[in-house]
Design a protein around this ligand. Structure first.
Ligand code: SAM
Length: 167
């Protein structure tokens, strides 16, 4: 079964994901972005997370033959214990919550994403002013949304300074 086509907003977020890396669709609701990523066969695994159990019901039936590369985690994104790696997508929730989720994982040394793609429904400018330990915003984009626009912030890990072996 082919996944439902993405809206321009979700398509843009998916296009920012790095290929060959896992995709974490946090606060996924219907999981459309994650399903698209899963069916694209370009990611080694796709994780679907939402705090509300019933929104995740029925998701597994849409995995089809790709089920071995999919994982569903029900509960607050802040409480995920597995290391967040590859692409972490956070969209459709407020900027304050996005910052809380990212700061919680960064403080627990659990944020190992190669890229974080954040598209809040509100408080975007506040969000982009908050520090996320070990990460910097590499790109800020806007996309038309309804009668206005939404911000997308792309975070990547800070580059470590090369070790200087000389005395
Ligand atoms: C508007 S939907 C966004 C769906 C999708 N990410 C998108 O952008 O279209 C917001 C979802 O976030 C979930 N959510 C809110 N707070 C959460 C949290 N702390 N952890 C996990 N999911 C959360 C809600 O249950 C809801 O399904």
């Amino acid at each position: 079964m082919n996944p439902q086509a993405l809206s321009p907003r979700l398509q843009k977020l998916y296009d920012l994901c790095q290929p060959k890396q896992p995709v974490w669709d946090l606060c996924c609701d219907h999981g459309l972005l994650g399903l698209w990523a899963l069916h694209s066969e370009t990611h080694p695994c796709v994780v679907f997370n939402d705090a509300v159990a019933h929104v995740l019901e029925g998701l597994q039936q849409k995995f089809g033959a790709h089920a071995p590369r999919a994982k569903v985690i029900c509960g607050p994104a802040e409480d995920i214990v597995e290391p967040l790696d590859g692409n972490v997508v956070l969209a459709g929730i407020g900027g304050e919550k996005i910052v809380r989720i990212l700061q919680t994982h960064a403080a627990r040394a659990n944020l190992h994403a190669t890229r974080v793609i954040a598209c809040p429904e509100k408080d975007a400018e506040w969000m982009m002013a908050q520090p996320i330990a070990g990460y910097a915003i590499r790109d800020r984009l806007t996309i038309p949304h309804g009668t206005g626009h939404r911000w997308i912030a792309v975070y990547e890990p800070l580059r470590q300074a090369p070790k200087n072996d000389s005395p």
